[in-house]
Design a protein around this ligand. Structure first.
Ligand code: ADP
Ligand code: MG
Length: 301
């Protein structure tokens, strides 16, 4: 369209970006996690795989049940690499604008206010897009070019093909087994899924789980072993169909239980409050778990 055509009025394309060097520096500073401040207990070879993905500029999908360490792993990696950490939680209303950015108009003028994804690209940040299956499908599609070999993001408002800083890392997270999601939402489309390196984080038990509980709650080895036996029994009951739960007990719940026990709560009460009651809306399931737990005693107390 010729510039002198009076009918031509670009609405938003080509907007100036409200993210100057000072704003960038401020964003970086506020999002840096101090090096060595994040504890992450490796489950297997996920750290090696993650490092290789970063070195090759590949995008990562972390999958696993709730409280299996997905969010913690990215925080750990961002801190280790001393990169700013961003996270977004997908929801059904989330669109492309919320992720990339929106225009801010004031009178006749408008500027582009960068969203978390734009900011992460521009600052070489590590971004976690959590609950990616909850997001609107269009918002997922906008990630295609960023996640694959093109490694660029179309930013329509500024008419820019944004090429991220070389340190930028895109990660998505979801829980493929989550029974609360609709059937259509249990797995992304192949066109989306195949652009990512998958890191699987199932629930770890045994020594690794005990270490997580001891470091996160300050509990002793006896308490950690005790809670691992309970978790193990719940896993088994689900496998044997003695319990029909959406999923087994994760580390959000286990760490809280350990903290209450450290604070002096009776273990049975702590288990009821943090584990049995949170795992099922069904009172008979809650009773089954409470009863099962009542037969297990901490090794020595
Ligand atoms: N591998 C791990 N190392 C250290 N802490 C962990 C690990 N896995 C789980 N946790 C503990 O469990 C909690 C939940 O983990 P998180 O990463 O938030 O789970 P999600 O998989 O739901 O994102 C963390 O706050 C932390 O206390
Ligand atoms: Mg999480």
């Amino acid at each position: 369209m010729p510039k002198d055509d009076k009918t031509y009025q670009p609405k938003v394309a080509g907007l100036p970006v409200a993210f100057d060097d000072a704003a960038k520096q401020l964003t970086i500073q506020s999002r840096l996690i101090p090096k060595d401040s994040v504890y992450y207990e490796p489950q297997g070879d996920e750290l090696g795989l993650f490092e290789k993905a970063i070195a090759e500029h590949l995008s990562v999908a972390m999958i696993g049940p709730t409280g299996s360490g997905k969010s913690r792993l990215l925080q750990y990696m961002a801190a280790k690499h001393e990169r700013p950490y961003f996270y977004v939680v997908g929801n059904t209303k989330m669109g492309v604008d919320e992720l990339i950015g929106t225009p801010l108009t004031e009178g006749d003028s408008a500027v582009f206010m960068p969203g978390p994804l734009y900011q992460a690209c521009a600052t070489g940040g590590f971004i976690a897009i959590e609950e990616v299956l909850e997001m609107h499908a269009d918002a997922r599609t906008c990630l295609h070019s960023l996640a694959d070999a093109r490694r660029s993001l179309e930013v329509a408002y500024v008419n820019e093909l944004l090429v991220p800083d070389e340190n930028f890392v895109l990660t998505i997270m979801f829980n493929p087994g989550a029974a609360y999601q609709s059937v259509n939402n249990l797995w992304p489309k192949p066109s989306f899924a195949q652009r990512f390196v998958f890191i699987e984080l199932p629930y770890v038990r045994g020594n690794i789980g005990e270490n997580i509980l001891m470091k996160e709650s300050g509990c002793d080895k006896i308490t950690a072993e005790y809670l691992m036996i309970i978790a193990d029994r719940i896993d088994t009951a689900i496998r044997d169909r003695a319990l029909t739960l959406a999923e087994s007990v994760g580390y959000h719940a286990l760490v809280k239980t350990a903290k209450l026990i450290v604070a002096g709560t009776n273990p049975q009460k702590a288990i009821h409050a943090c584990i049995s009651r949170s795992l099922s809306p069904n009172n008979s399931d809650v009773k089954t778990i409470d009863t099962m737990a009542s037969f297990i005693k901490p090794a020595s107390r």
